[in-house]
Write a protein that binds this ligand. Structure first.
Ligand code: ASC
Length: 152
């Protein structure tokens, strides 16, 4: 009995994970809120790394690693919330090109995620110069997407 319940629960979880991510939002507004929240979290912790990378606050290896972990995690979240039908339905600055040049947008998203992974590794070296270099590259990726896919 207990085992059956566990198996059923596991099957449900597996199924939920297999459903296309965009179908996991009940309505477009939910997806829009979700992706904006993820970008807010990512941007907040990215900015804290930037303050260190640019010498506005003293370098602290532990704080750098903590912030880089949040950025890494947050970078995995927003892109599943750009599914078909989420172009509008809430407050958004997302440009329509996201849905007309999806391959290009996805490539830019992957690039950001790769840069953020490198930033995470750099933050963990404890070397401020490594952080600075990796931060600069990731910031370029942020900016490229904002320029191409975000309204002013
Ligand atoms: C930040 C932040 C961004 C990026 C971007 C880089 O600190 O919040 O969105 O850097 O401005 O150009």
């Amino acid at each position: 009995m207990k085992k059956t319940f566990l198996a059923a629960a596991l099957a449900t979880l597996t199924l939920a994970a297999a459903v296309p991510a965009h179908a996991q939002f009940a309505k477009p507004e939910d997806a829009i809120k979700y992706r904006r929240a993820a970008f807010t979290v990512m941007g907040t912790h990215f900015s804290r790394l930037g303050a260190m990378a640019n010498g506005r606050v003293p370098f602290d290896a532990r704080i750098a690693a903590e912030n880089a972990d949040v950025v890494l995690f947050a970078s995995k979240l927003p892109y599943a919330a750009f599914g078909p039908g989420t172009e509008k339905g809430g407050e958004t600055r997302a440009k329509p090109e996201i849905w007309t040049e999806t391959d290009k947008f996805n490539a830019a998203a992957t690039k950001l995620q790769e840069d953020v992974a490198k930033l995470n590794a750099a933050a963990k070296t404890g070397n401020p110069d490594a952080l600075k270099t990796a931060f600069g590259a990731a910031a370029q990726s942020c900016k490229a997407c904002h320029d191409n896919y975000r309204r002013d």
